[in-house]
Design a protein around this ligand. Structure first.
Ligand code: HEC
Length: 147
């Protein structure tokens, strides 16, 4: 019984995480491309560097004002963005949901993620050195046995 509850919790958490991440990745319902087509959102898990600047701190940068952000998206004055959004029919609810997702990001997480990558690399290097060390050590004992 406990196992089942555990599995259900895991499934719900997993689905919630996917839905959260997806809001930055999926296009709008009218077919307009997502922000991550041209931007990274490192704090939201989209860290591939792209055309425009990273949007992890968008909400803070734009004065934490949902109205300002919504207006900006449809009339940014940035040529590639106006080309896809100026005449779009993105429903307001989708813009608001996106703005709320930006509001929920912690911009610091982007650098934390980078930090853990360095830790993982260091650990991998440590394992490789350990392996080489073992090889060297083993060949030494063989040499000693042959004496
Ligand atoms: C077709 C590509 C494209 C898409 C899609 C796009 N952007 Fe941009 N965006 C750009 C480019 C290119 C720049 C950089 C312009 C520059 O530096 O002159 C930019 C700049 C920005 C800036 C910085 C503005 C400034 O003045 O510093 C913000 C904020 C921004 N975009 C938000 C968004 C959001 C939010 C979305 C999704 C709703 C989005 N962008 C979708 C191409 C895009």
């Amino acid at each position: 019984m406990r196992k089942i509850i555990f599995l259900i919790t895991l499934a719900v958490l997993g689905a919630a995480t996917c839905a959260w991440a997806d809001i930055f990745g999926k296009p709008f319902s009218d077919g307009s491309p997502s922000c991550t087509t041209c931007h990274s959102v490192a704090a939201g898990g989209y860290s591939i560097s792209t055309w425009g600047p990273d949007l992890s701190s968008l909400y803070i940068d734009m004065g934490e004002d949902a109205e300002v952000i919504a207006d900006f998206i449809k009339a940014s004055g940035i040529e590639p963005m106006d080309a896809v959004y100026a005449d779009s029919d993105i429903p307001d609810e989708e813009i608001q949901a996106l703005v709320q997702a930006f509001a929920g990001l912690n911009p610091d997480e982007a650098s934390v993620e980078g930090g853990s990558n360095i830790l993982i690399s260091a650990f991998a290097l440590f394992l490789i050195l350990l392996f080489i060390g073992r090889l060297v050590f083993r060949s030494n004992t063989q040499l000693e046995e042959n004496k």
